[in-house]
Design a protein around this ligand. Structure first.
Ligand code: ATP
Ligand code: MG
Length: 442
Protein backbone atom coordinates (compact mmCIF):
# COMPACT_ATOMS: atom_id res chain seq x y z
CA UNK A 1 0.00 0.00 0.00
CA UNK A 2 1.29 3.44 -0.89
CA UNK A 3 1.01 5.89 1.98
CA UNK A 4 1.43 9.65 2.35
CA UNK A 5 5.14 10.49 2.65
CA UNK A 6 6.56 10.90 6.17
CA UNK A 7 6.06 14.44 7.40
CA UNK A 8 3.13 15.07 5.03
CA UNK A 9 -0.50 14.44 5.83
CA UNK A 10 -4.02 14.46 4.45
CA UNK A 11 -6.42 17.00 5.89
CA UNK A 12 -9.85 15.37 5.97
CA UNK A 13 -13.41 16.42 6.79
CA UNK A 14 -14.55 17.51 9.32
CA UNK A 15 -11.11 19.07 10.09
CA UNK A 16 -11.12 20.84 6.73
CA UNK A 17 -14.24 22.71 7.93
CA UNK A 18 -12.09 24.25 10.68
CA UNK A 19 -9.33 25.07 8.17
CA UNK A 20 -11.80 26.77 5.85
CA UNK A 21 -13.48 28.66 8.68
CA UNK A 22 -10.09 29.94 9.89
CA UNK A 23 -9.05 30.96 6.37
CA UNK A 24 -12.35 32.78 5.78
CA UNK A 25 -11.97 34.73 9.05
CA UNK A 26 -8.36 35.52 8.26
CA UNK A 27 -9.24 36.82 4.77
CA UNK A 28 -11.88 38.99 6.38
CA UNK A 29 -9.33 40.47 8.79
CA UNK A 30 -6.83 41.10 5.97
CA UNK A 31 -9.51 42.86 3.98
CA UNK A 32 -10.38 45.17 6.88
CA UNK A 33 -6.71 46.10 7.23
CA UNK A 34 -6.48 46.74 3.46
CA UNK A 35 -4.24 43.78 2.56
CA UNK A 36 -4.49 42.05 -0.83
CA UNK A 37 -3.65 38.49 -1.75
CA UNK A 38 -0.50 37.45 -3.60
CA UNK A 39 0.18 33.91 -4.89
CA UNK A 40 3.76 33.07 -5.73
CA UNK A 41 5.08 29.77 -7.17
CA UNK A 42 5.64 26.80 -4.88
CA UNK A 43 9.19 26.38 -6.21
CA UNK A 44 11.82 28.96 -6.97
CA UNK A 45 15.47 29.31 -7.92
CA UNK A 46 17.51 27.93 -5.00
CA UNK A 47 19.61 31.12 -4.98
CA UNK A 48 16.57 33.14 -3.89
CA UNK A 49 16.46 31.33 -0.55
CA UNK A 50 20.23 31.06 -0.16
CA UNK A 51 20.43 34.85 -0.43
CA UNK A 52 17.02 35.85 0.92
CA UNK A 53 16.88 33.60 3.97
CA UNK A 54 20.61 33.27 4.66
CA UNK A 55 23.16 30.49 4.17
CA UNK A 56 23.72 29.95 7.89
CA UNK A 57 20.07 29.54 8.83
CA UNK A 58 18.65 26.14 9.75
CA UNK A 59 16.33 26.44 6.77
CA UNK A 60 19.02 26.88 4.14
CA UNK A 61 21.77 24.81 5.73
CA UNK A 62 19.67 21.69 6.31
CA UNK A 63 15.93 21.93 5.67
CA UNK A 64 15.42 22.65 1.97
CA UNK A 65 14.05 20.27 -0.66
CA UNK A 66 16.39 21.09 -3.52
CA UNK A 67 16.93 19.33 -6.83
CA UNK A 68 18.63 19.85 -10.12
CA UNK A 69 16.19 20.50 -12.92
CA UNK A 70 18.11 19.09 -15.90
CA UNK A 71 18.14 20.97 -19.19
CA UNK A 72 15.75 19.42 -21.71
CA UNK A 73 17.16 21.15 -24.75
CA UNK A 74 20.58 22.40 -25.73
CA UNK A 75 19.33 25.97 -25.51
CA UNK A 76 18.38 25.50 -21.87
CA UNK A 77 20.59 25.43 -18.81
CA UNK A 78 20.01 23.08 -15.92
CA UNK A 79 18.88 24.87 -12.78
CA UNK A 80 18.96 24.35 -9.02
CA UNK A 81 15.37 24.58 -7.78
CA UNK A 82 13.90 24.49 -4.27
CA UNK A 83 10.41 23.96 -2.86
CA UNK A 84 9.70 27.17 -0.99
CA UNK A 85 10.50 26.78 2.74
CA UNK A 86 8.88 30.15 3.49
CA UNK A 87 7.14 32.83 1.47
CA UNK A 88 8.76 36.17 2.30
CA UNK A 89 11.63 35.72 -0.16
CA UNK A 90 9.14 34.85 -2.93
CA UNK A 91 6.97 37.89 -2.17
CA UNK A 92 9.97 40.23 -2.19
CA UNK A 93 11.21 38.67 -5.44
CA UNK A 94 7.78 39.34 -6.97
CA UNK A 95 7.82 42.89 -5.57
CA UNK A 96 11.13 43.51 -7.34
CA UNK A 97 10.28 41.62 -10.55
CA UNK A 98 6.96 43.42 -11.09
CA UNK A 99 8.27 46.79 -9.86
CA UNK A 100 5.48 47.00 -7.31
CA UNK A 101 7.27 49.89 -5.61
CA UNK A 102 7.05 52.10 -8.67
CA UNK A 103 3.64 53.55 -7.88
CA UNK A 104 5.08 54.85 -4.63
CA UNK A 105 2.28 53.20 -2.64
CA UNK A 106 2.83 50.94 0.32
CA UNK A 107 2.19 47.30 -0.70
CA UNK A 108 0.18 45.28 1.82
CA UNK A 109 0.18 41.67 0.63
CA UNK A 110 -0.97 38.41 2.20
CA UNK A 111 -0.68 34.75 1.25
CA UNK A 112 -2.02 31.39 2.40
CA UNK A 113 -0.27 28.28 1.20
CA UNK A 114 1.97 25.25 1.70
CA UNK A 115 5.66 25.48 2.62
CA UNK A 116 8.24 22.68 2.65
CA UNK A 117 11.07 21.92 5.06
CA UNK A 118 13.02 18.70 5.46
CA UNK A 119 13.01 18.59 9.26
CA UNK A 120 12.43 15.73 11.67
CA UNK A 121 8.64 15.23 11.71
CA UNK A 122 7.06 15.48 15.16
CA UNK A 123 4.03 17.03 16.83
CA UNK A 124 3.44 20.44 15.22
CA UNK A 125 6.33 19.96 12.79
CA UNK A 126 5.71 18.67 9.28
CA UNK A 127 7.64 18.56 6.01
CA UNK A 128 4.71 20.09 4.19
CA UNK A 129 2.90 22.63 6.35
CA UNK A 130 0.78 25.69 5.76
CA UNK A 131 1.50 29.29 6.48
CA UNK A 132 -0.75 32.33 6.52
CA UNK A 133 1.44 35.37 6.16
CA UNK A 134 1.54 39.00 5.23
CA UNK A 135 4.13 41.56 4.16
CA UNK A 136 4.06 45.37 4.24
CA UNK A 137 6.71 46.68 1.89
CA UNK A 138 7.36 49.82 -0.12
CA UNK A 139 9.82 52.59 -0.92
CA UNK A 140 10.87 54.61 2.16
CA UNK A 141 8.67 57.51 0.95
CA UNK A 142 5.60 55.25 1.38
CA UNK A 143 6.10 55.17 5.13
CA UNK A 144 7.33 51.58 5.07
CA UNK A 145 10.02 52.34 7.65
CA UNK A 146 7.66 53.81 10.21
CA UNK A 147 7.24 52.10 13.60
CA UNK A 148 3.49 52.49 12.91
CA UNK A 149 3.79 49.64 10.40
CA UNK A 150 5.30 47.35 13.04
CA UNK A 151 2.69 48.24 15.65
CA UNK A 152 -0.19 47.94 13.18
CA UNK A 153 0.88 44.49 12.04
CA UNK A 154 1.28 43.23 15.61
CA UNK A 155 -2.06 44.78 16.60
CA UNK A 156 -3.67 43.14 13.55
CA UNK A 157 -2.34 39.76 14.69
CA UNK A 158 -3.88 40.20 18.13
CA UNK A 159 -7.22 40.96 16.41
CA UNK A 160 -6.82 38.08 13.96
CA UNK A 161 -6.16 35.55 16.74
CA UNK A 162 -9.14 36.89 18.68
CA UNK A 163 -11.37 36.64 15.58
CA UNK A 164 -10.44 33.01 14.88
CA UNK A 165 -11.10 32.24 18.55
CA UNK A 166 -7.62 31.70 19.94
CA UNK A 167 -7.12 32.88 23.50
CA UNK A 168 -4.23 32.40 25.91
CA UNK A 169 -1.38 33.41 23.60
CA UNK A 170 1.81 35.21 24.63
CA UNK A 171 3.52 37.83 22.49
CA UNK A 172 7.30 38.23 22.64
CA UNK A 173 9.01 41.13 20.95
CA UNK A 174 12.59 42.26 20.53
CA UNK A 175 14.76 44.50 18.39
CA UNK A 176 17.73 42.97 16.60
CA UNK A 177 19.18 46.32 15.48
CA UNK A 178 20.28 47.01 11.92
CA UNK A 179 23.33 47.06 9.67
CA UNK A 180 24.63 50.08 11.56
CA UNK A 181 24.63 48.70 15.10
CA UNK A 182 24.56 44.93 14.71
CA UNK A 183 28.25 44.56 13.72
CA UNK A 184 29.27 45.87 17.16
CA UNK A 185 26.91 43.39 18.82
CA UNK A 186 28.15 40.55 16.62
CA UNK A 187 31.70 41.42 17.63
CA UNK A 188 30.75 41.47 21.33
CA UNK A 189 29.08 38.06 20.87
CA UNK A 190 32.12 36.67 19.08
CA UNK A 191 34.41 37.81 21.87
CA UNK A 192 32.11 36.39 24.57
CA UNK A 193 31.68 33.13 22.64
CA UNK A 194 35.44 32.63 22.20
CA UNK A 195 35.78 31.69 25.86
CA UNK A 196 32.66 29.46 26.13
CA UNK A 197 32.07 27.92 22.73
CA UNK A 198 34.14 24.80 23.48
CA UNK A 199 31.43 23.80 25.95
CA UNK A 200 28.67 24.25 23.33
CA UNK A 201 27.14 22.05 20.60
CA UNK A 202 28.82 21.57 17.22
CA UNK A 203 26.44 23.94 15.43
CA UNK A 204 27.17 26.70 17.95
CA UNK A 205 30.92 26.19 17.65
CA UNK A 206 30.67 26.74 13.92
CA UNK A 207 28.21 29.62 14.14
CA UNK A 208 30.34 31.36 16.78
CA UNK A 209 32.72 32.02 13.88
CA UNK A 210 30.42 32.32 10.87
CA UNK A 211 27.27 34.02 12.22
CA UNK A 212 27.30 34.44 16.02
CA UNK A 213 23.73 35.81 16.15
CA UNK A 214 22.41 32.38 15.11
CA UNK A 215 23.81 30.94 18.36
CA UNK A 216 20.87 32.62 20.14
CA UNK A 217 18.49 30.32 18.17
CA UNK A 218 20.13 27.16 19.52
CA UNK A 219 17.66 24.71 21.05
CA UNK A 220 20.16 22.32 22.70
CA UNK A 221 19.20 22.31 26.42
CA UNK A 222 22.80 22.21 27.77
CA UNK A 223 23.66 25.38 25.81
CA UNK A 224 20.83 27.46 27.23
CA UNK A 225 22.47 28.74 30.46
CA UNK A 226 25.57 29.71 28.46
CA UNK A 227 23.45 31.60 25.94
CA UNK A 228 21.47 33.39 28.68
CA UNK A 229 24.75 34.83 30.01
CA UNK A 230 25.85 36.27 26.62
CA UNK A 231 25.66 40.03 25.89
CA UNK A 232 22.15 41.34 25.09
CA UNK A 233 21.36 43.04 21.78
CA UNK A 234 19.28 45.66 23.60
CA UNK A 235 22.47 47.11 25.10
CA UNK A 236 23.98 47.62 21.64
CA UNK A 237 21.15 49.32 19.72
CA UNK A 238 22.06 52.67 18.16
CA UNK A 239 19.88 55.72 18.80
CA UNK A 240 17.71 55.27 15.70
CA UNK A 241 16.99 51.58 16.41
CA UNK A 242 16.36 52.31 20.08
CA UNK A 243 13.91 55.11 19.20
CA UNK A 244 12.13 52.83 16.71
CA UNK A 245 11.72 50.07 19.30
CA UNK A 246 10.52 52.55 21.94
CA UNK A 247 7.92 53.91 19.50
CA UNK A 248 6.62 50.42 18.62
CA UNK A 249 6.26 49.55 22.30
CA UNK A 250 4.55 52.85 23.12
CA UNK A 251 1.94 52.21 20.41
CA UNK A 252 1.29 48.65 21.60
CA UNK A 253 0.92 49.98 25.16
CA UNK A 254 -1.49 52.66 23.97
CA UNK A 255 -3.81 50.23 22.12
CA UNK A 256 -3.55 47.62 24.87
CA UNK A 257 -1.77 44.72 23.17
CA UNK A 258 0.16 42.92 25.94
CA UNK A 259 3.73 41.78 25.18
CA UNK A 260 6.95 40.66 26.83
CA UNK A 261 10.36 41.81 25.62
CA UNK A 262 12.55 38.76 25.01
CA UNK A 263 16.14 39.97 24.41
CA UNK A 264 17.19 36.54 23.06
CA UNK A 265 14.62 36.33 20.32
CA UNK A 266 16.49 36.90 17.05
CA UNK A 267 14.32 34.58 14.91
CA UNK A 268 15.56 32.11 12.34
CA UNK A 269 16.06 34.27 9.26
CA UNK A 270 19.20 36.29 8.58
CA UNK A 271 17.46 39.21 6.95
CA UNK A 272 15.60 40.50 10.01
CA UNK A 273 16.30 44.05 11.21
CA UNK A 274 14.91 45.99 14.17
CA UNK A 275 11.56 44.58 15.36
CA UNK A 276 11.14 40.79 15.67
CA UNK A 277 8.18 39.08 17.31
CA UNK A 278 6.68 35.70 18.04
CA UNK A 279 3.32 34.57 19.42
CA UNK A 280 3.40 31.35 21.43
CA UNK A 281 0.65 29.17 22.84
CA UNK A 282 0.77 26.83 25.83
CA UNK A 283 -1.29 24.06 24.18
CA UNK A 284 1.40 23.38 21.59
CA UNK A 285 4.05 21.70 23.76
CA UNK A 286 7.64 21.85 22.52
CA UNK A 287 6.71 23.51 19.20
CA UNK A 288 5.06 26.42 20.97
CA UNK A 289 5.46 29.16 18.32
CA UNK A 290 2.18 29.84 16.50
CA UNK A 291 3.71 32.57 14.38
CA UNK A 292 6.78 34.65 13.92
CA UNK A 293 7.74 37.77 12.08
CA UNK A 294 9.86 40.83 11.86
CA UNK A 295 11.20 43.75 9.91
CA UNK A 296 13.56 43.17 6.96
CA UNK A 297 14.75 46.57 5.79
CA UNK A 298 17.69 45.33 3.70
CA UNK A 299 16.12 42.28 2.06
CA UNK A 300 15.10 43.88 -1.23
CA UNK A 301 18.64 45.21 -1.78
CA UNK A 302 20.10 41.81 -0.88
CA UNK A 303 18.04 40.45 -3.80
CA UNK A 304 19.28 43.22 -6.16
CA UNK A 305 16.07 45.23 -5.73
CA UNK A 306 15.50 48.89 -4.87
CA UNK A 307 15.50 50.12 -1.28
CA UNK A 308 12.21 48.78 0.08
CA UNK A 309 11.92 48.47 3.85
CA UNK A 310 9.30 45.98 4.98
CA UNK A 311 7.83 43.97 7.80
CA UNK A 312 5.92 40.70 7.79
CA UNK A 313 4.96 37.55 9.62
CA UNK A 314 4.03 33.94 9.00
CA UNK A 315 1.47 32.04 11.04
CA UNK A 316 1.94 28.27 11.22
CA UNK A 317 -1.60 27.33 10.21
CA UNK A 318 -1.21 23.70 11.31
CA UNK A 319 -0.20 24.86 14.79
CA UNK A 320 -2.89 27.54 14.92
CA UNK A 321 -5.52 24.91 14.19
CA UNK A 322 -4.00 22.47 16.65
CA UNK A 323 -4.23 25.14 19.38
CA UNK A 324 -7.83 25.94 18.43
CA UNK A 325 -8.86 22.29 18.43
CA UNK A 326 -7.45 21.88 21.92
CA UNK A 327 -10.02 24.34 23.22
CA UNK A 328 -12.96 23.91 20.86
CA UNK A 329 -15.23 20.93 20.16
CA UNK A 330 -14.57 19.22 16.83
CA UNK A 331 -16.57 20.54 13.88
CA UNK A 332 -19.73 18.51 13.15
CA UNK A 333 -20.86 18.09 9.56
CA UNK A 334 -24.51 19.01 9.05
CA UNK A 335 -26.91 19.71 6.20
CA UNK A 336 -30.30 21.41 6.05
CA UNK A 337 -32.18 18.63 4.32
CA UNK A 338 -31.95 15.16 2.88
CA UNK A 339 -34.27 14.55 -0.07
CA UNK A 340 -35.42 10.92 -0.20
CA UNK A 341 -36.90 9.66 -3.48
CA UNK A 342 -39.22 6.76 -2.62
CA UNK A 343 -40.52 4.44 -5.29
CA UNK A 344 -39.83 4.01 -9.00
CA UNK A 345 -39.08 7.00 -11.20
CA UNK A 346 -38.71 9.49 -8.34
CA UNK A 347 -34.98 10.19 -8.74
CA UNK A 348 -35.51 12.94 -11.31
CA UNK A 349 -38.20 14.61 -9.17
CA UNK A 350 -35.91 14.47 -6.15
CA UNK A 351 -33.02 15.98 -8.09
CA UNK A 352 -35.38 18.77 -9.15
CA UNK A 353 -36.24 19.51 -5.52
CA UNK A 354 -32.57 19.43 -4.52
CA UNK A 355 -31.74 21.81 -7.38
CA UNK A 356 -34.38 24.28 -6.24
CA UNK A 357 -33.40 24.14 -2.57
CA UNK A 358 -29.70 24.41 -3.36
CA UNK A 359 -30.26 27.37 -5.64
CA UNK A 360 -31.95 29.04 -2.69
CA UNK A 361 -28.83 28.60 -0.61
CA UNK A 362 -29.70 25.49 1.39
CA UNK A 363 -27.27 22.64 2.05
CA UNK A 364 -28.96 19.54 0.68
CA UNK A 365 -28.15 15.88 0.02
CA UNK A 366 -29.83 13.70 -2.59
CA UNK A 367 -30.87 10.10 -1.83
CA UNK A 368 -31.64 7.29 -4.24
CA UNK A 369 -34.89 5.55 -5.17
CA UNK A 370 -33.34 2.14 -4.56
CA UNK A 371 -33.37 2.97 -0.81
CA UNK A 372 -36.31 1.91 1.36
CA UNK A 373 -37.75 4.34 3.92
CA UNK A 374 -35.59 2.99 6.77
CA UNK A 375 -32.38 3.24 4.79
CA UNK A 376 -33.27 6.80 3.72
CA UNK A 377 -33.70 7.84 7.36
CA UNK A 378 -30.40 6.23 8.28
CA UNK A 379 -28.64 8.05 5.44
CA UNK A 380 -30.26 11.35 6.48
CA UNK A 381 -29.08 10.87 10.09
CA UNK A 382 -25.59 9.98 8.94
CA UNK A 383 -25.43 13.13 6.79
CA UNK A 384 -26.38 15.27 9.81
CA UNK A 385 -29.63 16.43 8.18
CA UNK A 386 -32.06 18.69 10.05
CA UNK A 387 -34.95 17.62 7.80
CA UNK A 388 -35.81 14.73 5.56
CA UNK A 389 -38.02 15.55 2.58
CA UNK A 390 -39.98 12.52 1.37
CA UNK A 391 -40.41 12.49 -2.38
CA UNK A 392 -42.80 9.58 -3.09
CA UNK A 393 -45.17 9.13 -5.99
CA UNK A 394 -48.16 10.50 -4.02
CA UNK A 395 -46.22 13.57 -2.96
CA UNK A 396 -45.21 14.26 -6.54
CA UNK A 397 -48.82 13.92 -7.75
CA UNK A 398 -50.15 16.22 -4.98
CA UNK A 399 -47.26 18.67 -5.17
CA UNK A 400 -47.04 18.48 -1.35
CA UNK A 401 -44.11 16.85 0.41
CA UNK A 402 -43.78 15.25 3.82
CA UNK A 403 -41.08 17.07 5.70
CA UNK A 404 -39.89 15.53 8.93
CA UNK A 405 -37.74 17.29 11.52
CA UNK A 406 -35.30 14.60 12.60
CA UNK A 407 -34.54 15.95 16.09
CA UNK A 408 -38.20 16.16 17.23
CA UNK A 409 -39.91 13.70 14.87
CA UNK A 410 -42.53 16.33 13.92
CA UNK A 411 -43.82 15.82 10.42
CA UNK A 412 -45.82 18.23 8.24
CA UNK A 413 -46.90 18.45 4.65
CA UNK A 414 -45.38 21.39 2.76
CA UNK A 415 -46.28 22.66 -0.72
CA UNK A 416 -43.44 22.48 -3.26
CA UNK A 417 -43.23 26.26 -3.54
CA UNK A 418 -42.94 26.64 0.24
CA UNK A 419 -40.23 24.01 0.83
CA UNK A 420 -37.21 26.31 0.90
CA UNK A 421 -38.86 28.88 3.18
CA UNK A 422 -40.11 26.18 5.52
CA UNK A 423 -36.72 24.48 5.81
CA UNK A 424 -34.88 27.75 6.25
CA UNK A 425 -37.16 29.04 9.01
CA UNK A 426 -37.90 25.95 11.02
CA UNK A 427 -35.92 23.63 13.17
CA UNK A 428 -33.05 26.09 13.25
CA UNK A 429 -31.09 25.95 16.43
CA UNK A 430 -31.64 29.23 18.25
CA UNK A 431 -28.51 30.59 19.93
CA UNK A 432 -28.21 28.71 23.21
CA UNK A 433 -31.67 27.20 22.84
CA UNK A 434 -33.46 24.08 21.75
CA UNK A 435 -34.48 23.29 18.22
CA UNK A 436 -37.74 25.03 17.35
CA UNK A 437 -40.36 22.51 16.43
CA UNK A 438 -41.88 22.59 12.95
CA UNK A 439 -45.31 23.32 14.46
CA UNK A 440 -44.02 26.88 15.04
CA UNK A 441 -45.22 27.34 11.48
CA UNK A 442 -47.13 30.58 11.26
P1 ATP B 1 10.54 26.72 14.85
O1 ATP B 1 11.40 27.44 15.82
O2 ATP B 1 9.33 26.10 15.46
O3 ATP B 1 11.29 25.79 13.96
P2 ATP B 1 10.77 28.70 12.79
O4 ATP B 1 11.45 29.85 13.42
O5 ATP B 1 11.54 27.77 11.95
O6 ATP B 1 9.94 27.86 13.89
P3 ATP B 1 9.36 30.41 10.96
O7 ATP B 1 10.28 30.17 9.84
O8 ATP B 1 9.39 31.69 11.65
O9 ATP B 1 9.49 29.21 11.99
O10 ATP B 1 7.84 30.12 10.50
C1 ATP B 1 6.72 30.75 11.10
C2 ATP B 1 5.79 29.73 11.71
O11 ATP B 1 5.60 28.63 10.85
C3 ATP B 1 6.32 29.10 13.00
O12 ATP B 1 6.07 29.93 14.09
C4 ATP B 1 5.52 27.82 13.06
O13 ATP B 1 4.24 28.06 13.63
C5 ATP B 1 5.35 27.45 11.62
N1 ATP B 1 6.28 26.38 11.22
C6 ATP B 1 7.60 26.48 10.96
N2 ATP B 1 8.12 25.29 10.60
C7 ATP B 1 7.07 24.40 10.66
C8 ATP B 1 6.93 23.00 10.39
N3 ATP B 1 7.97 22.27 9.98
N4 ATP B 1 5.72 22.42 10.55
C9 ATP B 1 4.65 23.16 10.95
N5 ATP B 1 4.72 24.48 11.20
C10 ATP B 1 5.91 25.10 11.06
MG1 MG C 1 12.38 25.92 12.18
Amino acid sequence: MIKAVRGTRDLLPPDTETWNRVEAKVRDVFERYNFHEIRTPVFEDTALFARGVGEETDIVSKEMFTWEDKARAQSEKSQQLTLRPENTAGVVRAYIEHKLGQSGALQKLYYIGPQFRRERPQKGRYRQFFQIGAEVIGPPTSGSESPSRDAEIIEMLATLLEDVGLTGWTLFINSVGDANCRPAYNEALRVALATVKDRMCGDCQRRAETNPLRVLDCKVPEDQPIIDALPKIGDYLDDACRAHFTAVRAMLDKVGVPYTVNPRMVRGLDYYTRTTFEFTHGELGAQSAVLGGGRYDGLSEALDGPKAPGIGFAIGEDRLIMALQASQPAAVLTIDAYVAPLGPNTNAEALGICRKLRRQGLKVELGDESFRLKKSFEAAERAGARFIVICGENEVTNNEFSVKHLATGEQVSVARAELAIYIRNHGVKKPGGEHTAPDDLQ
